[in-house]
Design a protein around this ligand. Structure first.
Ligand code: G3P
Length: 225
């Protein structure tokens, strides 16, 4: 499973890249809005930092296919043709996806709340489909079950699309999807950090250090005994 960072804040991206084995960055218009900066300026910095090989996903805001296609063209020009263009899976989104797929544009079908949306996006040429796990939960449905259903549908129908699961709020949701072999997950920095912020782990590490220093002396470790 690829692991991406759902973020457009350069400081947070640099911090997360210093620690975690990441495969790229995803953004959406709300995430860009939180930076308060010109979108292409921020996205250009992200692209320069992660490199041309890493995945960068950038969303369109138009609600009609013609507008989405225009935005996709500009996104490719500004950030490179390897950039994934995130298109909401609406009727107009599907119309745009079919055209963009023919033109070789990499597409992520986003705002996926149902398995049927994911299936249609995959058929329309999306490389990724992005179920919003926690937002689905918030609607009283089950985001993990929806994502698992999508995984089954993609496999059973020989679709080339993979899942890029998004909208996680806790480590349990991430683990649940790791175990079923989805293509990728994108996490906000806070959720990513929570994967290794466990009191039990911190306590275990502290105890190891204390025991070692009892044996060898304060400040001693395996490099200076
Ligand atoms: O882009 C989709 C995803 O980032 C949404 O996440 O946390 O706003 O539900 P969230």
């Amino acid at each position: 499973m690829k692991l991406l960072l759902d973020c457009a804040d350069m400081a947070e991206i640099k911090e997360a890249y210093g620690i975690f084995p990441l495969d790229g960055v995803t953004t959406n218009p709300s995430i860009l809005a939180r930076t308060g900066r010109p979108p292409y300026e921020v996205l250009g910095e992200i692209r320069d930092f992660i490199g041309s090989e890493a995945e960068l996903h950038v969303q369109v805001v138009s609600e009609d296919a013609a507008g989405m296609i225009k935005e996709a063209d500009r996104i490719g020009d500004e950030l490179g043709s390897s950039t994934y263009v995130k298109i909401p899976v609406t009727s107009e989104g599907l119309r745009a996806m079919k055209k963009l797929h023919k033109d070789g544009v990499r597409i992520t079908g986003t705002a996926v709340y149902t398995a049927m949306q994911a299936f249609l996006a995959a058929k329309a040429g999306a490389s990724y489909v992005a179920p919003y796990v926690n937002r689905i939960d918030n609607l009283g449905s089950d985001g993990i079950v929806t994502a698992r259903n999508i995984q089954t549908i993609l496999t059973q129908n020989d679709c080339h699309a993979e899942i890029l699961a998004a909208s996680f709020k806790n480590a349990q949701q991430v683990l649940a999807l790791c175990t079923c072999g989805i293509g990728a997950a994108t996490l906000a920095p806070s959720v990513l950090k929570s994967l290794v912020q466990l009191d039990a782990v911190t306590m275990a590490v502290k105890t190891f250090r204390t025991d070692f220093e009892t044996l060898c002396g304060q400040g001693r470790d395996m490099s200076n005994i």
